[in-house]
Design a protein around this ligand. Sequence first.
Ligand code: PMP
Length: 403
Amino acid sequence: MSIFSDVPQAPPVAVFKLTADFREDSHPQKVNLGVGAYRTDDSQPWVLPVVKKVERLIVEDDSLNHEYLPILGLPEFRSASSKVALGDDSPAIKENRVGGVQALGGTGALRIGAEFLRRWYNGTNNTATPVYVSAPTWENHNAVFADAGFKDIRPYHYWDAAKRGLDLAGLLDDLEKAPEHSIFVLHACAHNPTGTDPTQEEWKKIAEIMKRRKLFVFFDSAYQGFASGSLEKDAWAIRFFVSEGFELFVAQSFSKNFGLYNERVGNLTVVAQDNENLTRILSQMEKIVRTTWSNPPSQGARIVSKTLNSDIIGNVKTMADRVLLMRDQLKSKLQALGTPGTWDHITQQIGMFSFTGLNPKQVEYMIKEKHVYLMASGRINMCGLTTKNIDYVAQSIHEAVTK
Ligand code: PMP
């Protein structure tokens, strides 16, 4: 009898299970629209040319070695990351009140930030502070905050299924009613899974209430560059909140915009009120990192810090443009097929994903009958579409909707 015989079997993580099912499927026309990773028009992963170039320089650089990095990470990576988020000439950076914690991907940045907030925000070890996540959201948000100890995780209104757009009234109402000091996880751009972001005017309304109601802003920025093809434009919301004087966190992921998924490269940018607060915050962050991964890996951080924004943006734009093309084509093909319903949301939504509006039964049909794999929520990864499979996918959606 094993001492572990009472360990229950945990269910698989939906998005990785979908990929495993896809791999096992031998159908020649199978398509994977599940996991959020970029694919070329030949359905292949893409190592960004600038990344490849910098990787070669790193291999050739004899001054580099494999010593431990500092606990908080590679200094030039941390400052480069904060500059990507806040802008090269951010006043907050000039005022020495911005710091970074290098983290294992965006997930690590969220987790370290959540752990810090539980320990030190709104009291000491206050697990009762409400944490609000959008409805729907990236499914890991709930679990990350729950595992960090938060006991009260709540959805805030975000998606209006009927109008296939932002439920601004519901969102603003939730902000008004949330207890003071509640934590709000906001998607900085390219909302996952809906592909729907507030406009600048809407962000201003959100910020006004959050400031007045003393709510904490925790940005999740996993797709900077993917929404518009511009790193600057996609950081607008973050920069606006900083300009409004918020103390806030930004969990940054470089998995998607640098195509560095398995290097686990992320950063928690901390915008504090002043340098003295920042110093104390970072001293506590060190303690958290020390018992979590002790110090982070170097390869991804070196790549990001050695790649100039001006170099990466061309590659990011290539990805963003291909997504835009696929959005246009999918919409026109569905319209040409006369598929019932409106499909304008496909081109109105931005970033990597589209929230198609397909219901679970239609999704099941897509997977079982058509071998087109997508999340049960109806979310599709637009990068999984190519000029070669888009007719088949459009036809499959048409059948799923009309059968
Ligand atoms: N936040 C959101 C909204 C995401 O979609 C993802 C990745 N799917 C992450 C965070 C985590 O990114 P990473 O892979 O860098 O941990």
